[in-house]
Design a protein around this ligand. Structure first.
Ligand code: SF4
Length: 192
């Protein structure tokens, strides 16, 4: 475990520990406030993220930002966003289990340094790795489960919402559930 956030960032930016390093443009370490009480975790960088080195940019990132802003959360201020894998899988395929197994060490290290109270998994890939190997987004979204002292909730990935907008109301309700949970256990998230 690396005990300094900047050193961890430098290490991840130079990583070649799995095959995903071969096709990447930029490593996507994560973004946001490293003192946040809430972490948002997606699956891996897409094309825009790979080009810019930022998580959740492009259309799906804009949608995610809008949904988070709906409940007063912004990546600049009160959340930290990371992915299961830090380099883009080719053709936007799902990251493979062996890639996740290698890269998750960095996510664990980020979680250990940030020590969030709440983790939101955006989409199935993050939820099956972090919450429940049989996680079904359509059935289990919006529910909180405690794991190792952290409350975990899975919800729809914004890219999936762009494909199926009929799920947007359910996803917005998940954000409202999140807001309520934040007010219960880490209201300092909303402090100025
Ligand atoms: S995906 Fe993760 S483990 Fe693989 S090369 Fe990128 S940073 Fe390293």
């Amino acid at each position: 475990m690396i005990d300094n956030f900047d050193t961890l960032r430098e290490t991840v930016l130079g990583c070649t520990a799995c095959r995903l390093c071969e096709g990447r443009t930029k490593v996507v370490f994560g973004a946001g406030n490293p003192n946040a009480r809430v972490m948002v975790i997606g699956e891996g960088p897409g094309r825009e993220e790979d080009l810019r080195g930022e998580p959740f940019v492009g259309r799906s990132g804009q949608l995610m930002d809008k949904m988070l802003a709906h409940v007063g959360l912004t990546r600049e201020k009160n959340i930290f966003i990371a992915n299961m894998v830090k380099c883009r899988p080719p053709e936007n395929r799902d990251p493979r289990p062996d890639e996740v197994e290698v890269c998750i060490q960095y996510l664990r290290n980020q979680v250990a340094l940030i020590r969030p109270k709440i983790i939101v998994c955006m989409g199935r890939v993050a939820a099956i790795s972090l919450i429940d190997p049989n996680f079904k987004v359509t059935q289990q979204h919006g529910q909180f489960n405690e794991k190792n002292g952290v409350l975990m909730m899975g919800t729809y990935h914004p890219a999936a919402l762009l494909r199926s907008p009929s799920n947007k109301p359910a996803a917005l309700q998940d954000m409202l559930n999140l807001q309520q949970k934040i007010m219960e256990i880490c209201p300092e998230t909303y402090a100025e």
